[in-house]
Design a protein. Structure first.
Length: 355
C-alpha cells in the first residue's frame, strides 16, 4: 500500500440527516450519508481531494459523461464489529479494478493514495453511518465520470472522482428465480464487459425487465455468439454446483473479475471443495437439472455477497433447484461475512481496519 500521505481537508455538514434514517429498516441504496469525497482531474493530474457535505453537482450540459458515457464505478462496503471498530474488505482490489475499468474507457487512473486515503477520510467523517444491525453495512460507491465538456466525440479533458455512501440492508432477502437469456447479450468479445462501466448496466435493464415481466427476478447471461455458454447472473458472477463440484465461468474480456468470486474460490480451496473454472454450457445445466445432479446455483457479488437461486427458466420450461443441507452458498456467505464483520480469523489478509 502506498505510503505517500496527502492532505485531505474535511468540510463537515451543519445539519446531519442521520436522525431521519431508521437503521432497523434500511432499503438498499436509498439513503445517503452526510458527506462525500471528491477529487478532480485537470491539466494532466488529479488534484484538490476533499470531503464535503453530500449534495448536488453542477455540470455543463456539454459534459461528456452525458454524451459519450465515460463513467466507471466500484462497489464495496464498510462493516462495524461488536466492539465498534470499522472494517473494509479487500479495498486495494477495488482500487486496482477501478483503474482497470478506467483504462479501458480512456479515463485517467486514480492514484492509490487518493483512493485509499480519500476513502478513509470519508469513513472517519461518517463513521456513525456504518450500521450495526445484523446483515447491514455501509455500501460504498467510488466512481469516475467525464466532467470535461464538448460535443466532439473524444475523451474528455477533465474528470471527477467521487465516493458516496449508503447505509443498506440485505440486497436480496429470498431465493431468486432467473431466466437464461438466449436473445440479448451483456457483452461481447473485445468489448468492455470486464470493466465496471455504467453503460454495461444500462444495457442490462431492458432484457432484465422483459424477464421480470415473465415472473423472473434476474437474467442469466450467455455468450454473445452462440448463447450456449453460461456467463453471469444479472450483475453478479454465477456459481453452479453439480454433484459436489463448484463450477464457475473463467473471467474474460466479457466477464467481470469479481472480488467476491475470487474470495469464494479461495475459500473453496481452503475448505477442500472441488472447483472448476471452465466454460459450462446451458445444455449441461439443463441436463443436470433433469437428472438431479445439480445441487445449487448462486450469484456472487458485493451487494448481495451470495444470492441463492431457487429456480431457472430456459426455452419455456422452469427447473426447480433442490433444497440442500449444508449448502455451499450458505457456507460461502458465512465464511465471507464472518471475516467482513470481524467475527472470525482472517487467514487470507482481506480485512482492513479503518482507523
Amino acid at each position: 500500500m502506498s505510503n505517500n500521505q496527502i492532505t485531505i481537508p474535511v468540510e463537515k455538514t451543519a445539519n446531519s440527516r442521520i436522525g431521519d434514517v431508521d437503521f432497523n429498516d434500511l432499503p438498499f441504496g436509498k439513503h445517503h450519508s452526510d458527506h462525500m469525497f471528491i477529487c478532480t482531474y485537470e491539466n494532466g493530474q488529479w488534484d484538490n481531494p476533499k470531503v464535503v457535505p453530500y449534495g448536488n453537482l453542477e455540470l455543463d450540459p456539454a459534459a461528456k459523461i452525458f454524451h459519450y458515457g465515460q463513467s466507471v464505478f466500484e462497489g464495496m462496503k464498510a462493516y462495524k464489529d461488536i466492539s465498534g471498530k470499522s472494517w473494509l474488505f479487500r479495498p486495494l482490489d477495488n482500487q486496482k479494478r477501478l483503474n482497470i475499468s478506467a483504462k479501458r474507457l480512456a479515463i485517467p487512473e486514480v492514484p492509490e493514495e487518493i483512493f485509499i486515503q480519500g476513502l478513509i477520510a470519508l469513513l472517519q467523517t461518517d463513521k456513525d453511518w456504518i450500521p450495526t444491525t445484523s446483515g447491514s453495512s455501509l455500501y460504498i460507491r467510488p466512481f469516475i465520470f467525464a466532467s470535461g465538456s464538448g460535443f466532439h466525440a473524444s475523451p474528455a479533458d477533465a474528470y471527477t472522482f467521487m465516493i458516496a455512501c449508503s447505509p443498506s440492508g440485505p440486497y436480496f432477502t429470498q431465493k431468486i428465480k432467473v431466466l437464461i437469456e438466449n436473445t440479448y447479450s451483456r457483452s461481447a468479445n473485445g468489448g468492455v464487459g470486464y470493466a465496471k462501466a455504467g453503460g454495461n448496466y444500462a444495457g442490462q435493464f431492458y432484457p432484465t425487465q422483459l424477464a421480470m415481466d415473465k415472473g423472473y427476478h434476474q437474467v442469466i447471461w450467455t455468450d454473445d455468439n452462440t448463447h450456449e455458454y453460461i456467463e453471469e447472473a444479472g450483475a453478479m458472477n454465477v456459481f453452479i454446483r453439480i454433484h459436489d463440484t463448484l463450477i464457475t465461468s473463467p473471467v474474460s474480456d466479457r466477464i467481470l473479475d469479481g472480488i467476491t468470486r475470487k474470495s469464494i474460490l479461495a475459500i473453496a480451496k481452503k475448505e477442500g471443495i472441488a472447483v472448476e473454472e471452465r466454460k459450462i454450457t446451458v445444455s449441461e445445466v439443463v441436463e443436470a437439472a433433469k437428472n438431479g445432479s445439480i445441487k445449487e446455483m448462486f450469484g456472487a457479488g458485493t451487494a448481495a455477497v451470495v444470492s441463492p437461486i431457487g429456480a431457472f427458466g430456459h426455452d419455456g420450461t422452469d427447473y426447480q433447484l433442490p433444497e440442500v443441507e449444508d449448502s455451499y452458498a450458505d457456507l460461502m456467505k458465512k465464511r465471507i461475512t464472518d471475516i467482513q464483520y470481524n467475527r472470525s480469523e482472517d487467514p487470507f489478509g482481506w480485512r482492513f481496519e479503518v482507523k
